[in-house]
Design a protein around this ligand. Structure first.
Ligand code: IPE
Ligand code: IPE
Ligand code: MG
Length: 249
């Protein structure tokens, strides 16, 4: 049986989040520069998005550039921004053809003006697409996202629009960049690193974590299937006991 056939389509994660890591090391291994790794990483994004859409996953969030990544060498940052612009332009047709809606989370205003503009236009042009939302995390940091949410809520309390009494988990969820989307059930990180690197700290509260040693440019549909199969083999207890899950009590 192929890997794809081993997946139970009735128990798919609705939302998968991916920390795409290892582009630099992959390139280095090949005697190439880091930018070469990023360029090749785009193919893996395409494959992963396609695989998820084909399976019926509804949301796919990909960590493409963290708030901390601004601290990389200037040359690498600008190459990444150029690549991002090129990719958004180049993939727009494919997104429309595959009925995939583009989304973004993070401090989009901090991106170079041209990139932010193209991104917003692509989001707008694909807003009617229904099959899946592909959400790019750009200049994203979870701690910063929470600070922003707290400020937004504080403003509403100050203006009288909300009262202290109304502050609950839902209100916080609604004030995050990810508002309106379900929490990811599966987090994938490539390249062997086992950390969250300031990604979706609130939203990953009950996600299953899947780590693979594969470097991001080598990630593909088959690797995605492996992660989904592993996810389906986990017992998600949400604080309960195995016995409770078995008896439904
Ligand atoms: C992930 O690959 C891509 C980004 C963070 C933009 P890296 O560039 O982090 O690659 P490594 O971790 O140095 O190998
Ligand atoms: C995390 O990767 C960010 C992205 C994948 C965009 P990094 O390679 O920047 O993470 P750290 O700094 O090694 O944890
Ligand atoms: Mg890295």
């Amino acid at each position: 049986m192929s890997l794809k056939e081993q997946i139970d389509l009735t128990r798919l994660p609705k939302h998968i989040a991916v920390i795409m890591d290892g582009n630099g090391r992959w390139a280095k291994q090949k005697g190439m520069n880091r930018i070469f790794g990023h360029t090749n990483g785009v193919n893996a994004v395409r494959e992963t998005a396609e695989a998820c859409a084909e399976l019926g996953v509804e949301y796919l969030t990909m960590y493409a550039f963290s708030a901390e990544n601004w601290n990389r060498p200037q040359l690498e940052v600008s190459a990444l921004m150029t690549l991002l612009l090129k990719t958004i332009n180049g993939e727009l047709k494919t997104l429309l053809k595959n009925d995939i809606r583009l989304g973004a989370i993070g401090d989009i205003d901090s991106l170079p003006k041209g990139v932010a503009k193209e991104l917003r236009e692509a989001i707008e042009k694909t807003s009617h697409c229904k099959r899946m939302e592909l959400i790019l995390a750009l200049s994203y940091g979870a701690k910063n996202e929470m600070v922003r949410a707290v400020k937004q809520i504080a403003l509403k309390v100050q203006s009288g629009e909300t009262s202290l009494h109304d502050i609950n988990e839902n209100l916080i969820t609604e004030n995050l960049y990810t508002a309106g989307r379900p929490d990811p059930e599966l987090l994938i990180r490539t390249s062997g690193e086992k950390r969250v690197s300031n990604f979706l700290l609130w939203q990953l509260a009950y996600a299953e974590f899947y780590f693979t040693d594969v470097f991001w440019p080598e990630f593909n549909k088959e690797e995605l299937y492996k992660a989904v199969i592993e996810f389906q083999n986990r017992e998600r207890r949400f604080g309960k006991t195995s016995e409770q899950l078995a008896t439904g009590k």
